[in-house]
Design a protein around this ligand. Structure first.
Ligand SMILES: [Zn+2]
Length: 397
């Protein structure tokens, strides 16, 4: 190597180390909240001098501020003064593509949707190109409506309804929409001028739940989203689980009923044929349930009123669901299974029933280790998932 090359190489290595330190500090502030420089240095194994330099740069760039909650007069620059992340220093846009609905959120650096919007589309007649146009137009409108400075938008994350390619640019299959190979990133980047990353919707929700859900000891974490279908995504050893070329984890297509109903995937008896919102809605046709609310709420109300047939339907639903979940537990050993979608508002008592049913079906040593909980992300899980994917790519990654 020539002396000039050597110098260039050294400079770029120093830059890389600087970037790594900056990333570590940002992640520590994101995960642990405000903290003094001296504590951050100890936690991350960095010198006090390095920490002073990294924090000074973050403050200059606007991503961090002096002082934490409860500190009325921050003593600027002191090693013992807390440093906080400035969550509204930059934004990402999260987009969830569901079956017939699009959810949008301009989210802060903690993945929280600050401004949101939604659009519907017709699953049976609208083409992927039409839906891409709808996404692009709505993102541009959302940013304009709230006067968002585009220079402060780091990028766009798309939570797609199915597997994506390795480079996170295309949705290779959306089985409930009948789409193949939709180039989300290329289209949206061209129409909005913002870098765009796409990931499987439920893997994105798993990443958001693991990062922003406030769960302790929750790794591996399995997120199961049950609505029109059943999707699953996992975070293992702190990283989104992406097995094989498409990162497919198709829990919804595990067979739980022998010689069961025909599924959209072509097989029979898949979990999503007997544990989805349309399935519950269809079962309600056989009982006198109160109208109105979402199917699961109506089913639970009927059970509460002593309807024996409703109780059987609920038993079957829980039984099928835990048969599917037990397979996932035996294969992946999650410590936490989070249920979203139609379970996002389900009562604690239903989770007790699910947990009791699940432990009877999993391998003995795993029984005490696994628990099933309701998502803590609420109805914005998909948008927060998409935002988390964008934040991981364009800010914390
Ligand atoms: Zn299937």
């Amino acid at each position: 190597m020539t002396p000039e090359g050597d110098v260039t190489h050294k400079r770029s290595s120093i830059r890389d180390v600087g970037r790594l330190h900056r990333r570590l500090v940002l992640r520590a502030l994101r995960d642990g909240g405000p903290k003094a420089r001296i504590e951050l240095a100890r936690e991350l194994g960095l010198s006090a001098t390095t920490m002073t330099r990294v924090v000074a740069q973050l403050i200059e760039d606007g991503f961090a501020t002096e002082g934490g909650p409860g500190e009325s007069e921050p003593r600027v620059g002191r090693p013992s003064t807390a440093v906080s992340l400035a969550p509204e220093a930059s934004w990402v846009v999260g987009v969830q593509v569901g079956a017939g609905t699009l959810q949008f959120g301009v989210c802060d650096l903690l993945g929280r949707p600050v401004w949101t919007a939604s659009e519907d589309f017709d699953v049976s007649s609208d083409t992927p190109t039409h839906v891409l146009d709808l996404i692009e137009t709505r993102i541009n409108r959302l940013l304009a409506e709230h006067d968002v400075d585009r220079r402060r938008v780091l990028g766009i994350g798309v939570a797609a309804p199915g597997p994506v390619d390795v480079a996170n640019r295309r949705n290779v299959l959306a089985i409930n929409l009948g789409w193949r190979d939709v180039p989300f990133s290329d289209h949206i980047e061209a129409a909005t001028g913002q870098s765009t990353v796409v990931d499987h919707n439920v893997r994105a929700m798993a990443a958001a739940e693991a990062t922003f859900g406030g769960h302790a000891d929750a790794d591996p974490l399995l997120y199961v989203y049950i609505n029109t279908g059943v999707g699953a995504g996992a975070v293992i050893a702190g990283e989104p689980f992406r097995p094989g070329p498409y990162g497919v984890t198709e829990l919804g297509h595990l067979q739980v009923v022998e010689k069961g109903r025909r599924c959209t995937c072509g097989a029979t008896g898949c979990l999503e044929t007997v544990a989805s919102e349309p399935y519950v809605a269809q079962q309600l046709e056989n009982i006198a349930s109160p109208p109105g609310d979402r199917p699961l709420t109506r089913l639970l109300d009927a059970v509460g009123q002593g309807d024996a047939r409703a109780a059987e339907i609920l038993d079957d639903l829980v039984g099928h669901l835990t048969t599917g979940l037990a397979s996932a537990v035996n294969l992946l050993n999650p410590r936490l299974i989070v249920l979203g979608g139609m379970f996002e508002e389900a009562p604690a008592a239903l989770f007790d029933t699910i947990n009791e049913s699940l432990v009877t079906k999993v391998f003995p040593v795993l029984r005490a280790e696994v628990r099933v909980e309701r998502t803590r992300l609420g109805a914005h899980a998909g948008v927060m998932g998409a935002a988390t994917v964008a934040l991981d790519r364009y800010f914390y990654g």
